[in-house]
Design a protein around this ligand. Structure first.
Ligand code: NAD
Length: 300
């Protein structure tokens, strides 16, 4: 049996189209243009690529995009003052501070200085608490994208056994909250989990968010399970030529796709959904800020 491939790229294009349609309506009916500000401190090459891509897609869906590129030596006070300015700027509905921040900046302090209503990454402690108590919140983009793909696949997730590998604040924990919210029985595995193979082998849904190339082999997967691979790992690819590299996920795609019922590829799975959900969150934040109805299906 060969798993159905969950095409995150196509799904993300659908989400962007939906966002773009709604942005047009907002403009025509209310004269509102949603605005997203991305703040990048330093010159981390991976972060620069993400920020460029976010800016480009924000403009493509008809939103206002701002990039604030700050020197690596930017002080905490200066960064907080920029965030404060964005918090009170009516043209800005979403603020994203690209992580990781340089070591001299307190990430928690910086994230918690963002107005929770504009916190389109969903990392502010208020949004974390709201999500954890099943209340309306801004939902972190990557787990939101995973949930959208799972809902589309299953219809209802109620009663499914879900195993999430990884307990980070940005993926594993919010993913657990979202799956609990959809009535899954959720297990969160992590670096200290004993007998991970046995834990994973009971799951109807496996979400791998570890950051270890191809660590989940096919013989851990229950036949027919749905595998969502969040991991993005760059590894050497000598088969492509000397010094070449390629991206792989946290699951061994070749062996897992022979056993799973459905699987997300890397690249082209969770990754594209993350930015699409950032745009969806910016739209959601704009609708809420203006007391307008939120579009269906773009948040929980
Ligand atoms: P993280 O480093 O913050 O967390 C990794 C988690 O994996 C930890 O909770 C740790 O306990 C667990 N872990 C480590 N070794 C383990 C092991 N041997 N067995 C079981 N658990 C183990 O990582 P993160 O930020 O959650 O990201 C995870 C991966 O997802 C990375 O590859 C990252 O690049 C990727 N990612 C992708 C997207 C996307 O848009 N596709 C977004 C965020 C993160």
């Amino acid at each position: 049996m060969s798993a159905q491939v969950i095409d995150g790229k196509a799904f993300a294009a659908k989400v962007r189209d939906q966002v773009s349609e709604h942005v047009k309506l907002l403009k025509v009916e209310h004269g509102i243009v949603p605005g997203l500000a991305v703040v990048l401190v330093g010159e981390d090459p991976a972060s620069q690529v993400y920020v460029r891509s976010k800016g480009k897609q924000t403009i493509e869906v008809g939103m206002h995009s701002e990039e604030h590129k700050l020197d690596i030596a930017t002080s905490e006070a200066d960064l907080l003052s920029i965030i404060s300015r964005l918090n009170s700027d009516p043209a800005i509905n979403g603020i994203l501070v690209q992580l990781p921040l340089p070591k001299h900046l307190n990430e928690d302090l910086v994230i918690n200085s963002i107005d929770p209503a504009k916190d389109v990454d969903g990392f502010h402690i208020s949004n974390v608490g709201l999500l954890g108590t099943g209340q309306r919140s801004m939902v972190p983009c990557t787990p939101l994208g995973c949930l959208m793909m799972l809902r589309e696949h299953f219809g209802s997730l109620s009663g499914k056994d879900a195993v999430i590998i990884g307990r980070s604040n940005i993926v594993g924990k919010p993913m657990a909250q979202l799956l609990l919210g959809d009535s899954c029985t959720v297990t969160v595995a992590h670096s200290k989990t004993k007998n991970l193979k046995q834990v994973v082998s009971h799951a109807d849904v496996v979400v791998a968010a570890v950051g270890r190339a191809e660590m989940v082999p096919g013989d851990w997967i229950k036949p027919g399970a749905v595998v969502i691979d969040v991991g993005i790992n760059r590894i050497p690819a000598p088969e492509k030529g000397e010094g070449k590299t390629k991206l792989v996920g946290d699951v061994d795609y070749d062996s897992c796709s022979k056993v799973a019922g459905a699987i997300t590829p890397v690249p082209g799975g969770v990754g594209p959904m993350t930015i699409a959900c950032l745009l969806a969150n910016t739209l959601t934040a704009t609708c809420r800020a203006n007391g307008l109805t939120e579009p269906e299906g773009l948040t929980v």
